[in-house]
Design a protein around this ligand. Structure first.
Ligand code: NAI
Length: 484
């Protein structure tokens, strides 16, 4: 029998997890559980990543974590245990399925518009690295990592999943019109992978337009793949389309370890009252059962849930306002009572069990993800981000004194907008400038040349940060300033 790790979580976590495990037990789900220590009370005991070393060991041994929501203590400088878990174990694809559920009234269900959208959100990169610095007392900077291998992993997963579910369409949501290098890379990888799946209709939509289209014609979408932050926002939007967070399941899929949890948080406002809706965690549990190849019991239980919803049974967060809502435990019992019943709408076919998705490999070392293509790299300049409250021309005058023979000052920008050599006096300034120095002629620079420029420039300015300007073959590996 398969054994999985369980972390009940904080707030409503233990209530909804107990409800789900009671339903699993009633259906004879063939799983053993090992409860691990993760969450707020583990932070409180002094474990700064929110989990005990034993919990980490158990999860790495078993390969599957089924978890309730967990609270991140505020203002203690600690990082979210949820994000830490997803990143530590490289669960690179966050799959969230949003479907019309009969019995859960929404604007769209009332209008007869069916929804069946799967969001695949990249789960490791983007601003979720949380690599942030205050460069001056006024200027905070967040680094946004989008990598080719990271994008490749999640996009390949999305296409493979779309193929298995015979998707009508797979769409990449992005903002590559603005973030040309980061989102541009994600989009480029999307179309590269699309070539291997000619039977799937692959297209892309800019994320703001995507939001507008999702709330007006959600039935036109099937699988949507996005970077981390945009995926986070768009998936909550999709939760709203199908009735709210109580119906939003999530699977964090990796090659070795996978985590199944609801999208919602710990709901502190209703914790301990036995009124939370366990459906999102239950739906996440069905995804886990299918991941483990337990197709039959997953379908039987999903039919019991759909039947229960159809029959009008509900917790306080949805359904009729005139009849009495059920408690968490009573709602779970209603589902148990309906095991074996078939819903009228969209019953799930009872499929034979399949071999489980392989989990818990032993890894001797950290996998290094690296692309095969190595174009020749040359350093053609440097961006020096300096602190100054001088006007642009005064900054330029000082910079020009330090260019020496190897560098020319090409542009000065403030918050990414060019303010020198051309600019507008209407552009507001903050006390941090980006000064771009490029090499004179075609002779590439060395890091020692950059260091020499740094030494000269720091006589006049505090340098907050620097970025090399690289060129791969003919391709400039940096963006231009707005207006440059
Ligand atoms: P939340 O999702 O906990 O609550 C938002 C609203 O939805 C509340 O009104 C809540 O009562 C309601 N709600 C959520 N789940 C429900 C359910 N199953 N049944 C009925 N109503 C439900 O979001 P919030 O308040 O922003 O976050 C609370 C805490 O949860 C924070 O500490 C946050 O860091 C954490 N969190 C944890 C997540 C995870 O473990 N994956 C995800 C999101 C937040």
């Amino acid at each position: 029998m398969n054994k999985i790790a369980i972390a009940k979580g904080d707030g409503i976590g233990p209530e909804i997890m107990d409800a789900v495990l009671t339903i699993f037990q009633a259906a004879g789900v063939p799983l053993e559980y090992e409860v691990v220590e993760m969450g707020k009370w583990v932070f409180d005991r002094g474990f700064s990543n929110g989990m005990t070393p034993e919990a980490q060991q158990t999860i790495e041994k078993l390969g599957i974590l089924f978890k309730g929501p967990m609270e991140t203590p505020k203002g203690k400088g600690v990082k979210s245990v949820n994000v830490t878990a997803r990143k530590t174990w490289n669960t690179y694809a966050n799959k969230r399925t949003f479907q019309t559920l009969h019995g859960v009234d929404t604007v769209f269900s009332k209008a007869g518009i069916p929804i069946d959208i799967t969001i695949v959100r990249e789960n490791i990169e983007d601003t979720y690295g949380g690599v942030e610095h205050l460069l001056t007392h006024d200027v905070a900077l967040s680094r946004r990592f989008i990598t080719r291998p990271g994008s490749m992993q999640v996009i390949k997963y999305a296409f493979e999943m779309a193929r298995k579910k015979n998707a009508r369409r797979i769409t990449c949501g992005h903002k590559a019109n603005i973030m040309k290098l980061t989102d541009g890379l994600f989009l480029e990888v999307f179309y590269e992978v699309a070539k291997e799946y000619p039977e799937l209709k692959a297209d892309d939509v800019i994320v703001d337009d995507l939001c507008m289209k999702l709330v007006s014609r959600p039935d036109l979408f099937d699988v949507v793949v996005l970077t981390n932050l945009q995926g986070d926002i768009v998936s909550d939007l999709c939760a709203g389309l199908v009735g709210g967070l109580g119906f939003a399941p999530s699977a964090n899929i990796g090659d070795h370890i996978s985590i199944f949890e609801a999208v919602h948080g710990t709901a502190p406002d209703i914790a301990g009252k036995n009124i939370a809706n366990p459906t999102a965690l239950l739906l996440s549990g069905f995804a886990m059962l299918r991941h483990l190849g337990l197709m039959e019991v997953a379908a039987v239980l999903e039919n019991a849930l759909l039947y229960t919803l159809e029959s009008g049974k509900h917790t306080g967060d949805f359904g009729s306002k005139t009849d009495q809502p059920l408690s968490t435990t009573a709602f779970a019992q209603a589902i148990i009572d309906n095991i074996g019943k078939i819903p009228e709408h969209q019953p799930k076919p009872i499929l034979p069990n399949q071999p489980p998705t392989p989990t818990h490999f032993k890894l001797a070392a950290n996998p290094m993800l690296e692309s095969a293509d190595h174009l020749q790299v040359s350093i053609v300049g440097v961006d020096m981000f300096i602190e100054s409250n001088l006007q642009p021309t005064a900054v330029a005058e000082k910079c020009l004194q330090h260019t020496g023979e190897l560098f020319k000052l090409v542009t000065i920008s403030n918050r990414g907008t060019q303010v020198w050599p051309k600019g507008s006096s209407f552009t507001n300034l903050v006390n941090q400038y980006g000064c771009r120095f490029e090499c004179v002629g075609d002779v590439p620079l060395t890091q020692v040349d950059i260091l020499e420029l740094y030494r000269r420039l720091m006589q006049d300015f505090k340098i907050c940060s620097t970025e090399l300007l690289n060129q791969w073959g003919d391709k400039k590996a940096y963006s231009l300033a707005q207006g440059q």
